[in-house]
Ligand binder design. Sequence first.
Ligand SMILES: [Zn+2]
Length: 312
Amino acid sequence: MTNKIFSFIFRLFSVVLFIGCSSTYHPVTPAVLGKISSSNEMEQLMDQPGPVLLNTIDGASLSTSLAGLVNLNSEAAQKAGLKNREEPIQIYIHVLQHPQHGTFLVDTGISQKMLSEPKKIGLSWNVRKLSPLKNIKIQKTTAEVLRDINSPLAGVFFTHLHIDHLAGMPDIPNNIALYIGPSESSKKRIINLFSYTSIDALLQGKGPLLEWTFKADPQNKFVGIIDIFSDGSVFAISVPGHTTGSVAYLVRTPKGPVLLTGDTSHTRWGWEHTVEPGHFTHDHSANLASLQQLKALAKRHPYLEVRFGHQR
Ligand SMILES: [Zn+2]
């Protein structure tokens, strides 16, 4: 406990010195998986049926403020007369099964331990008391999802490192590879002071975070694209804005391509009206630019199925 207090005081000091703290102080190292790709390469392939089975499972339902999920000051929200209210949302866990490379998750769903023993797993007071996690109804825990898969888990691809996307970590074995976007863990922000100890705790005992290294898309349609298995089956798309290192994933399934937007769009309304999230988002203009890029992709590929961060 003394260590925790000392660490907190140290970080508080670092806030004064460096303006903010990282989202986590968990070790991070460059990912070796994946090769640099381009929008041309991805878009030439994506409408052909692919080999990856993708199952999006409702981990939990809860409600939270619409003002966090949608920018209510945007012209479209004002025009629609949207007012702040409690909005129902879901926490998802996406299960990807690749015929050669095995089973991966995109984000982590939710562990029962987040509700039954939040203090024991290291969630800080403010996360326990103030976050919308307190009104959660679990539908299927991550442990139950992993039990049903019946094959070993090879890795987790994070869309970003907010707590609602790490909520399944207590059920994820320690030796699983964890992939994140560029500077996602290291970017210093004041708001991180309220969440970094909880995120550190959720990652405790796990291996280093493996950071995607994007290069500029030659066609300039996206910030960058990585072909994760070097076979054109799953692509990581850099979509900074909601967080510094936000990543969307495009999965080629036997039924066609599916885009997992992460929280570049939390809601269906935000997607349909091209309005970025509200106060849950870090950089509104960058988030909007990334959302516009994903929407343009969907327009060029009408058979693309789009799955949003927190709504069907
Ligand atoms: Zn989220």
